[in-house]
Design a binder for this molecule. Structure first.
Ligand code: FMN
Ligand code: FE2
Ligand code: FE2
Length: 424
């Protein structure tokens, strides 16, 4: 066994002799967290801001044979290696299980393959092809190729592989440590936020991670709702005691909460609230957004989130737009089309196959209108009904304000209808 002194106490605290700066935890006496925190990267996938950092989670399952489940982003490889040396004390890794090939988890594969020349790489047919393509490892002797339901015997622990395509790439799979009831889920049930000391949910304040789960889901996994649903159907009967994703804390006490967020969002079910997204160069369209927000508030809508698409991060805007059932989008006409940041937002919502929104649209122009039509084009392409729309020429006046009152009536009436329908 390892050089860990381990005890699982009633008050859920651990005692072990791990060096404090190392992110190692024994989840069970033979299963270890050896992941790393990234507090340097500004944007995940070069797109999504990381105000609280991100973790790349990696796990060791140690029985007669030793398996490493997933690796980390290449720049963090040395930290992973120091964790491996600490837990394994220089002994071999027999298997590297590759649940997902996105480079945030596969980046250290070539370095690991060199460090552990006897180690077999476990993946499905698509994984093996991608490892060849990304990292030039093509020697078939190095691979153990698995299919759905296949098992790998480590001695006292059996790993079972479940194919979960498109959560979040086509090769994605999950690994279940049967005798320990631990499910290694890859990106599914993951969230942004580096781990702040605590690794398992009961060791940490989960509020931050559960909040970031909306942003992680909508930004990263959002397009693949039906695949997430299939995965939930497939994994729920396993009733895992621990869910070990590749980002964020390990779920144990809060399995129900994180599963509910993934379940709800992947069904495109939203919470009551309205997101208003607008673009504006000189404040005219913005004045419409403010007037609309006040008109909604006057009609009892309390949870209103307003985003200036030219300034706020697309990531946070998508997250709110995904989360709440009301969505109102506005933009000025710009060179005979939609003001670009709003166009980018609408394209992102279309890519994510957005459904079940009560939608309102507002637009402005000075000499020849185009933004309104462009917004309606998106609504049509997404199959969303427009509950209310209004357009303004140049600046706001009493006529426009009166129009906005009517807009708010129609929008709130549709929103209430859809909320009552969901209650039934
Ligand atoms: C670069 C640029 C291109 C524009 N293109 C159009 C256009 O094609 N048609 C139009 O009616 N107005 C056009 N406008 C005028 C804007 O619609 C007008 O400035 C409007 O008031 C902007 O709303 P805002 O104050 O919310 O930024 C353009 C303005 C700019 C700065
Ligand atoms: Fe991924
Ligand atoms: Fe990932």
């Amino acid at each position: 066994m390892s050089n860990f002194e381990f005890s699982f106490q009633n008050d859920h605290t651990y005692k072990h002799n791990t060096r404090q700066e190392m992110n190692i935890r024994a989840i069970l006496p033979d299963i270890f967290y050896v992941g790393v925190n990234d507090r340097e990267k500004h944007r995940f996938e070069s797109l999504w801001p990381l105000p609280h950092g991100v973790s790349y989670n990696s796990y060791i399952v140690r029985s007669h044979k030793t398996a490493l489940i997933d690796s980390v982003e290449v720049r963090e490889s040395l930290t992973l290696f120091s964790h491996l040396d600490e837990v394994l004390g220089g002994t071999e890794i027999d298997y590297l299980v590759v649940n997902h090939m996105e480079p945030d988890h596969s980046g250290s594969i070539p370095l690991l393959a060199a460090k552990y020349p006897e180690m077999k790489i476990v993946g499905n047919k698509q994984t093996v092809a991608m490892i060849g393509g990304f990292y030039g490892i093509t020697d078939q002797e190095r691979f153990v190729t698995v299919c759905d339901g296949d098992k790998l015997d480590l001695g006292e622990i059996t790993l079972r592989f479940l194919m979960t395509p498109m959560v979040h790439w086509p090769e994605t799979m999950m690994t279940f440590a049967e005798e320990r009831r631990i499910l290694f889920t890859g990106d599914a049930f993951g969230t942004f936020g580096a781990l702040n000391g605590g690794i398992i949910d009961f060791e940490t304040d989960t509020a931050l991670y559960l909040e970031e789960a909306y942003r992680y889901y909508s930004n990263i996994v959002g397009k693949y709702g039906k695949f997430v649903q299939r995965t939930i159907e497939k994994t729920a009967p396993l009733a895992p005691e621990f869910i070990c994703p590749t980002h964020g804390p390990i779920w144990h006490e809060s399995i129900a909460e994180i599963s509910a967020i993934y379940d709800r969002l992947s069904r495109y079910h939203s919470e009551p609230g309205t997101t208003i997204v607008y673009g504006s160069m000189y404040g005219n369209t913005e004045a419409m957004a403010e007037a609309i927000a006040m008109a909604l508030a006057a009609r009892g809508e309390k949870r209103i989130r307003i985003h200036n698409a030219g300034k706020d991060s697309l990531s946070h805007i998508i997250s709110d737009a995904f989360r709440y059932d009301g969505l109102i989008v506005g933009a000025p006409t710009y060179s005979m089309t939609l003001f670009p940041p709003v166009d980018t937002f609408m394209k992102a919502m279309q890519t994510r196959e957005t459904q079940n929104k009560v939608l309102g649209l507002f637009s402005s122009f000075t000499w020849a209108s185009a933004a309104g039509k462009a917004l309606e084009g998106y609504a049509e392409a997404m199959g969303l009904q427009v509950a209310a729309k209004t357009e303004m020429k140049q600046g706001i006046n009493n006529e426009i304000r009166a129009d906005i009152e009517k807009f708010a009536d129609s929008f709130m009436s549709e929103l209430h209808k859809s909320r009552y329908a969901r209650l039934r």
